[in-house]
Design a protein around this ligand. Sequence first.
Ligand SMILES: Cc1ncc(COP(=O)(O)O)c(C=O)c1O
Length: 446
Amino acid sequence: MRGPDAWLAAEVRTYTDRTSRSRKRFEIARKVLPGGDTRSITFYEPYPVAIAAAGGIQLTDMDGNRYRDFLLNYTSLITGHRHPVVQRAARLAMDRVVAVAAPAPGQVELATELADRIPSVERVRFLSSGTEAAMLAVRIARAVTGRSVVIKAIGGYHGSYPDLDFMLRPGSRPLGVPESSEVVAVPYNDTGRLVSVVEQLGERCAAILLEPALGAAGIVPGDAEYLRSAERVARRNGALFILDEVITFRLGRGGLQGLLGLSPDLTVLGKIIGGGFPVGALGGRAEPMEVLAPRGERSIAHSGTFNGNPVTMAAGLAGLKLLTPSAYAHLDALGARLADGIRAAFASSGVTGSVTQVGSLLNVHFTGGPVNDADGAWSSDKPSMGAFHLGLLNRGVFVAPRGMLAVSLATTANDVDAALAAIGDTLTGMCGDMRRAESTVASFGQ
Ligand SMILES: Cc1ncc(COP(=O)(O)O)c(C=O)c1O
């Protein structure tokens, strides 16, 4: 019987043999694109597969290999790739107007749909990304409170915005983040710590900005009581409570706040609200949001050449209209089926691991410890995750290199079962001495 080193070496050979065009493209790409792509997150060792076409949840790479997509552009493609209804809406919009510096079709309709779904949202400002929406939320909080400090969670991701990248990884201040940043990071799901930091900051605290489930840190569900306490303590101290629902809005008609009974002052949105096109939105109560209405010195001048793009607006509205109660039931059922199946696969393979899940979002963790905060998620064994990810690619399943999975309206129970077969096979291959596997994965990049 082959040991784990042999298994991993064989997987690496299989991967490089079947993806020679991706490799070639990668070598050419890195001469014009730092790291070979436009997002740090799409890179993994030895090089990523380059995708040539997509439809439903099928991806086809440059060598003609096919994958079931359980990443869905980091959860944003909730109706799958190129859903015909969304495509048609986008094409019709494109035939009228692509971009114009004037009020254009679609914004009022999409904003009305969002306000209808999310009771805390009375006004909406569209942007081109979730990052920009989070930046604007912070700016509004500082403007209306006259205070500067923003509290976030350790591991909380709010886009590629230097200030909020603080404590995105353990103990880190990433390159390019100013030392004077007025952002304080606290452990997630720790109510006592959060309350005491807010009280210490007193009148310096402008906002508490949280994801209702940590996304990039590993799909860590927020405890409902913790989130409600965060809302209460923010209100009590005259700070704004901001929820970042860029990922979690996919979990229910009114996002996770709707399911948990939260009522933030501001909500950061993105991903699924654009039908797969670039989008961001900030929604919120009328009072803070009206600071964006043009009225001279008392307002924030905020613009963006592509904000409220008509094609995005039309595609976004068409996509949201597909999200009916039965659609959410489908997504939740598939999420649960996937999570149960992965837990069973861990148990039968003997590999130590766990799964966190909220509705249609999941994350695999190679740790036996609890995953209630970013530290718990970060304790996941990275070489095992690398081996798992590679094993799944070789078996036609596309997931995030950090172990995140999501399902879409285009995903079927058959797709989930096929993914579970691949996961079971991969974990069985990985079982044994994980330390020996580690040395092989670490040598990828050398
Ligand atoms: C919770 C959260 N906030 C903000 C963002 C940033 O959104 P975008 O990538 O559209 O800038 C992301 C992206 O993954 C996210 O997950």
